[in-house]
Design a protein around this ligand. Structure first.
Ligand code: SAH
Length: 255
């Protein structure tokens, strides 16, 4: 029997054109494809008609497939000699549990590779006109998770983050926004710090809100922004406003 293999592949942030060539090639070669909720389903059109497609995300009212179950499928199909692709939103190693899957493959002795993808922070920042670093405004950015932010065991050290990073991008943070805001203010961020929230970044359904740490929460409730969404905190958010203003001026000159 031919040996099976696994590719843990990043599908990019949502826009189906923002996928790498290598990722497309792996999808085309796949015999079994396990994909997540955040993967743009248009990308499944690259798969062979007889490929087995397995959805691992949450369906309405149901739970998502447990991580261990996904790993078991990956191992099982690879042992059957299949070319397996595990397709994940954004980049597999950025809050994607791709590391756990790589470990599971290595433990099972299965040949695997990781194909990177454009993570949603990079994609959404570009399509919202927010450079994550910008001369004079930000010399660093940090990607953090907003989940369990108020917990004593919070995976993020907010005090150090406020001191050391100019731009902060929070994944999985919308439902925890008030706790995140509280942590940032507690550790010295100004309430006037610019904030952007980007929902469905890079897709045709993208919505972007901007404001400050003080006032954006009201807008979040009013617009019912929901997942998937990212929060970008820092002076660089002002560049979006500058770009929009210049675009409006240019249009009015043409008109
Ligand atoms: N591996 C993924 C992240 C998975 S965690 C990546 O590299 O992007 C899931 C979180 O990612 C969501 O809760 C949301 O915060 C963010 N996210 C993913 N896709 C997004 C998109 N198109 N727009 C905004 N946020 C997104």
């Amino acid at each position: 029997m031919k040996p099976g293999s696994v590719a843990i592949v990043g599908a990019g942030p949502g826009d189906p054109e923002l996928i790498t060539l290598k990722a497309v090639l792996r999808i085309q070669q796949a015999e079994v494809l396990l994909y997540d909720r955040l993967v743009n389903e248009e990308l499944l059109n690259y798969a062979q008609p007889d490929a087995v497609l397995i959805y691992c995300g949450k369906s309405p009212g149901n739970h998502s497939m447990p991580q261990r179950k996904i790993e078991q499928y990956m191992v099982q199909y690879a042992r059957e000699g299949k070319k397996v692709v595990r397709l994940k939103g954004g980049d597999p190693f950025v809050f994607g549990r791709g590391g756990e899957e790589a470990l599971a493959m290595a433990e099972a002795g299965i040949a695997y590779e990781v194909v990177p993808g454009i993570t949603s922070a990079i994609g959404a920042a570009a399509s919202a006109g927010i450079p994550l670093t910008h001369r004079g405004l930000a010399a660093s950015f940090t990607i953090v998770t907003g989940s369990r932010c108020n917990d004593h065991e919070s995976p993020v050290q907010w005090d150090q983050l406020v001191r050391s990073s100019d731009t902060i991008v929070v994944y999985m943070g919308i439902s925890q926004f008030s706790e995140i805001r509280e942590q940032l203010l507690l550790h010295g961020k100004s309430g006037l710090t610019p904030v952007a929230v980007i929902e469905n970044g890079t897709t045709t359904r993208q919505r972007t809100l901007t404001g400050t740490l003080n006032n954006i929460e009201k807008l979040l409730y009013a617009t019912k922004i929901g997942n998937p969404a990212l929060i970008i905190i820092g002076e660089v958010v002002k560049v979006r406003e500058q770009l929009l203003k210049l675009e409006i001026e240019a249009k009015s000159q043409i008109g």
